[in-house]
Design a protein around this ligand. Structure first.
Ligand code: GLA
Length: 753
């Protein structure tokens, strides 16, 4: 049993393998939070809390005049509003009488087998029937506003999920102005906040700052989870590092605007509130109507950040992604975007496919520009019909020619968008989000379809599904290339316009659900100008997301490093592109580009006809290497071995779940003459086992390698089948030879003998 109700203590305790989470129904029926941390027995953890007369903290009805008890100082599971807790709140409601008040008390709870679902929204699932659900109902006694707090317990993953169903139990209309998914109070503790900020082409840069008494807010007002902030934050004790210490993760399973707030209050207690962005949010609830918030995945680790990341990787791989490609090996693809941009013909695509097939690539993806009249980004979005000026042979014939070469065929779409220069816009100018009387903001020349309207979702569904039905297409890249503003819908009355941002996201999920259900054999990859919508909501529909439009491997090190805190390698779209790189102009070795892209879904994004024979041969070997290590990389445990900010190299490692093999990856980001030796301590191995080096990358600049390294080092690295114990590799480490060149990369494969 993962969830235990103790009627004597009035506690509800949830246990995962290594953590426990507890709440208590106090004597006044306030649902107080008592504990989240390392696994405990069934203790009543409320003994931890003392009450005092805090002069400025007021009393609620049941406790007055006892000045020692106040909502303003209590740790709560989910807060009301306007009734004397002055910290950030989980919810803001305007009641039928115009007041902004809610004060919740416990009503009942229920423990059920299996995992709850959230209608119309992505959520963690439990195909293996391992989870349990706790539903705790709290209610405001005056307005009868009710909140059902849902908790899902995934014991093996050390994950507890949360969401809230808010029900208007009154006879009047009410308006929700803030409806967060969760609140969590930490009465004690000193924390750092870790979050992931970024921009287009440089997403998810890790930032760690010590919490002060200023309220920290991480979020997006772009109505998409965004390049700028990721809906994933961590709290860690200041001494916590990769391997030691306490840390907590909060990941929102949502793809629209979001808000995560962290407040360290007057008594140094810390409150975390996370959910839908509340700016311009107003959701009207008729009597008895309900609103579901998105889900948050909570996880705790007392073994540092690596373990917390493993919890999330496992959770996403097993309980967020679904369908055929959850476990099946995904094809190694070539995408024509950086090879041709908009400038291609069917012949050019077939030429790319032919070359790619000879290298061992398994799928060709036709990117932007194949539809409507689209020769640049000013026109065509919405017209999901093949452009016969470019694809003169027609789509079925092109797909067949590619298939005949032994390659699968994939295609790019951007279903949520519309160009003013498109037939769809000429037919339905009112389908684009526009505020009355205003010229809408254009971004990349495009406007946003009002996905809250069923007829628009239906039309786009018909157009896209026709393409997928008429052609044996096996992959879809679902792009979304702008932030969303001009929120106004002609289908909603004025007092419901505040629902539009969330209704848009629900419409997108509806379309994703219909297409992924009707085409279960198609692999979907999410994308949003690269990684602008990289979140667990999208991963519910598509198991991988294009990580960034920046394909420079050295920049990718930072992007993939930040992404790895919450998301598994199997979710990160990564390709080898041309050198010099198109985004940064940087020259890198092909081997380095391969090593970095292999720590993702792996593919190519270049024109293979421009490669030398030597490069083609390298690519053939790269593809074989990736296939060889596929399981280890995609399903193994991922360890960050270097701190991106302080070293001249970046190293990371995969270890198979049974610890029988490991793959060490190193990229030297700052090659030096007369360098400091690179000694890297491996992680996660079996300490007494003997590991043999069965594969290692040979140096790219062989002449320098030969001159610089001692004969002993050369012999060891180039010829010896080295053998070491797990403990030697973990405590003594592995010392790398001196390598030079344009960001050289090394891969070393260790196998237990
Ligand atoms: C976005 C994507 C790119 C490419 C272009 C096409 O920027 O991230 O990979 O598909 O759109 O317009």
């Amino acid at each position: 049993m993962s969830i235990i109700y103790n009627p004597v203590q009035s506690t509800l305790t949830m246990h995962t393998k290594n953590s426990s989470y507890q709440m208590k129904i106090d004597e006044h029926k306030v649902l107080v939070h008592t504990y989240y941390g390392s696994r405990i027995a069934d203790d009543d953890m409320s003994y931890l809390y003392m009450t005092f007369d805090r002069a400025n903290a007021g009393q609620f009805e049941e406790v007055f005049p006892d000045r020692t008890i106040s909502l303003d100082t209590m740790a709560q599971e989910y807060t009301g509003c306007g009734v004397g807790d002055y910290r950030i709140s989980s919810l803001l409601v305007q009641n039928g009488d115009g007041s902004y008040g809610a004060d919740f008390r416990y009503v009942k709870h229920e423990i059920v087998e299996g995992k709850y679902a959230i209608p119309g929204m992505p959520h963690s699932h439990d195909e293996e029937k391992e989870a349990q659900t706790l539903i705790v109902t709290i209610q405001d006694k005056v307005t009868k506003l009710m909140v059902e707090l849902y908790y899902g317990v995934f014991e093996k993953q050390d994950v507890i999920t949360r969401c809230a169903k808010i029900i208007n139990g009154s006879n009047e209309k009410i308006t929700l102005l803030k409806a967060s998914s969760m609140a969590l109070d930490f009465p004690y503790g000193d924390f750092d906040l870790i979050h992931f900020h970024g921009k287009h082409a440089l997403e998810r840069q890790m930032e760690r700052c010590h919490l002060s008494h200023a309220i920290e807010t991480i979020g997006s007002r772009r109505n998409t989870s965004s390049h700028q902030h990721n809906p994933f934050i961590l709290l860690a004790n200041p001494e916590t590092n990769e391997d030691f210490g306490d840390c907590y993760g909060f990941m929102l399973v949502y793809s629209g605007g979001f808000k995560a707030e962290v407040e360290k209050d007057q008594f140094d207690s810390t409150r975390v509130v996370m959910g839908i962005q509340d700016e311009a949010f107003a959701w009207e609830l008729n009597s008895q109507a309900a609103f579901y918030t998105p889900e948050v995945l909570l996880s705790y680790s007392n073994q540092g950040l690596a373990k917390l990341s493993h919890n999330y990787h496992d959770m996403i791989r097993r309980h967020i992604t679904r369908g055929k490609f959850k476990n099946a090996r995904r094809p190694i693809l070539i995408n024509n975007w950086e090879a041709t941009y908009f400038d291609f013909t069917d012949e050019k695509i077939v030429e790319i496919a032919k070359e790619a097939a000879s290298l061992g690539v398994e799928m060709l993806v036709l990117d932007d520009g194949w539809f409507g009249i689209r020769n640049d980004d000013t026109s065509g979005l919405g017209d999901w019909f093949v452009n016969t000026d470019k694809i003169r042979c027609g789509l079925p014939s092109l797909v067949k020619q590619v298939n005949d070469l032994g390659l699968k065929f994939g295609i790019w779409i951007e279903p949520e968008m519309i160009n003013e220069d498109s037939d769809l816009y000429r037919q339905h100018p009112d389908w684009a989000l526009t505020m009355p009387g205003r010229v809408p903001n254009r971004s990349r020349h495009q406007l946003v379809l009002d996905m809250s309207r069923d007829e628009i979702v239906d039309c786009i569904y018909e157009r896209i599904s026709a393409i997928l039905r008429d052609n044996p297409i096996e992959y879809v890249k679902w792009d979304m290339n702008r932030s969303i503003c001009d929120l106004w819908s002609c289908s909603l009355p004025y007092h419901r316009q505040g629902e539009l941002a969330h209704r848009y996201v629900l419409g997108v999920y509806k379309l994703m659900d219909r297409l992924t259900s009707e085409f279960p054999d198609v692999l979907f990859e999410g994308c949003s100008g690269g990684g602008g919508r990289f979140d667990a909501g999208i991963l519910y529909y598509s198991p991988q997301i294009w990580c960034s439009d920046d394909t420079d491997p050295i920049q990718r090190l930072h992007i993939q490093y930040g992404t790895s805190f919450g998301y598994p390698v199997s979710s990160m779209g990564a390709h080898v592109s041309a050198s010099p790189n198109h985004q940064t102009g940087r020259t890198t070795l092909l081997n380095t580009r391969g090593v970095v892209a292999m720590s993702g879904t792996f593919g190519y994004e270049l024109d293979p006809s421009k490669l030398s024979e030597d490069e083609k041969e390298q690519i053939r070997i790269q593809i074989e290497t990736f296939k060889l290590f596929y399981d280890l990389i995609q399903n193994g445990k991922y360890y960050r071995l270097s701190n991106i900010l302080s070293k001249s190299y970046e190293a990371w490692q995969f270890v198979s779940q049974d610890k029988s093999e490991a793959l060490l990856n190193v990229v030297v980001t700052n090659t030096q003459p007369n360098p400091t030796l690179m000694n890297i301590k491996l992680k996660g191995l079996e300490k007494d086992a003997i590991y043999e080096v069965v594969y290692k990358t040979m140096p790219d600049v062989k002449r320098t390698f030969d001159i610089m390294n001692s004969p002993a080092m050369k012999e060891r690295y180039m010829t010896k089948k080295e053998q070491m114990t797990g403990s030697a590799l973990m405590h003594g480490g592995y010392t790398l030879p001196w390598v030079v060149g344009d960001y050289p990369a090394i891969q070393i494969h260790f196998k237990k003998i």
